[in-house]
Design a protein around this ligand. Structure first.
Ligand code: TRP
Ligand code: SF4
Length: 335
């Protein structure tokens, strides 16, 4: 364990996750947990930065995210799975980091700038933007430095944040004349971007997603709504798979080479209609996802998810306390 490089990554508790999360993030974690000392956490404080007044489903959302990770193969015996708010050392470290972070570094954060602009354009009340939200990149830095992580697996949209974390780690080291914090590096994942059923980015709020936990029936129903080659109007029109934005895209992800070829032929020669193509795709996806979905139901029924979250959080606390103690020493606080 000791000589393994450390990675940290988190996800907000948005509720049941979709296939975009699975293929883009979780599958990658399942690989990484074999190579790295891995910390994967549910970022419930981050959720509060914008949704502080929508907490009714917080507890269920946390459980759902954990269940989705577990059924997809994130393994609590290999990785440390924890809940951010159950590791208060992160909050303590956040205080120290917030003292040394120049305000204009935080203001430069592209996500926050965008958010502020959207709010202004929509003429929303600026007091909806909380102090905590502006501290969000510093909190994210605390998440990462709490474990003195070497790498942070993230998508391209989060790279700017990890860069800021590097800057803050370096500044800490300069100010306190130390090399205590590792400058974390983003570890970009080549995400096979999964489109939503309507051709836009897959997202919960767009109502165009397929959940990991959807039943086979729901999956089939949703696939029926998927965008196909818009020029193939009648059953005997010949189709062009490369213009079939969504359904053929899914085939490329879920089908074997052989199956993809069969679909191409059937589509181009009009020997297979879109309805049949979709039915086959749904069957294929459902059989691929069946073991994951079965495992999820089993986990849900044996109620051990809370135990797993608490166990992991306890383990995370131990490492976090070590790192925090060291930082407090370096800063020369009274102990
Ligand atoms: N900011 C990330 C998101 O919104 C979640 C996150 C919070 C995170 N802290 C992190 C990711 C630390 C990686 C490392 O998706
Ligand atoms: Fe798309 Fe399949 Fe229809 Fe061709 S047959 S347009 S690949 S859904």
């Amino acid at each position: 364990m000791e000589d393994k490089k450390i990675i940290v990554s988190g996800m907000r508790p948005t509720g049941k996750l979709h296939l975009g999360h699975y293929l883009g993030v979780i599958k990658n974690w399942v690989e990484l947990q074999n190579q790295f000392d891995s910390y994967f956490f549910i970022a419930d404080w981050h959720a509060l930065t914008t949704k502080y007044n929508q907490t009714e489903n917080m507890i269920q959302n946390v459980r759902d995210v954990a269940l989705d990770w577990l059924c997809c193969g994130v393994d609590p015996n290999k990785a440390t799975i924890y809940l951010q708010s159950l590791v208060p050392q992160t909050a303590q470290l956040h205080i120290y980091l917030s003292m040394i972070t120049p305000q204009n570094w935080v203001e430069r954060d592209p996500t926050l700038k965008d958010l502020a602009k959207i709010m202004k354009d929509k003429q929303e009340n600026m007091s909806n933007l909380s102090y905590g939200l502006f501290g969000y990149p510093v909190l994210m830095t605390a998440d990462i430095l709490t474990f003195n992580a070497d790498f942070v697996p993230v998508g391209i949209d989060q790279v700017a944040h990890v860069e800021l974390s590097r800057d803050i780690a370096r500044r800490f080291n300069n100010i306190y004349k130390t090399d205590y914090f590792t400058e974390p590096q983003p570890k970009l994942t080549q995400i096979p971007l999964l489109k939503g059923l309507d051709g836009n980015k897959m997202g919960k709020s767009f109502n165009n997603d397929i959940k990991i936990s959807d039943t086979a029936e729901i999956t089939e129903k949703k696939i029926k709504t998927g965008v196909t080659d818009r020029n193939r109007i009648r059953r005997d029109d010949k189709g062009n798979p490369s213009n079939c934005e969504v359904i053929f895209d899914y085939w490329k992800i879920f089908g074997s080479e052989e199956e993809i070829k069969t679909v191409c032929d059937g589509c181009q020669n009009a020997t297979m209609g879109c309805a049949e193509c979709k039915k086959r795709l749904a069957d294929k996806m459902n059989s691929t996802l069946a073991p994951i979905r079965e495992k999820r139901i089993a986990l849900e029924n044996n109620l051990e998810v809370d135990e797993i979250i608490h166990e992991g959080s306890k383990r995370a606390q131990i490492k976090a306390q070590e790192v925090l103690d060291g930082a407090i020493e370096v800063i020369k606080m009274y102990k």
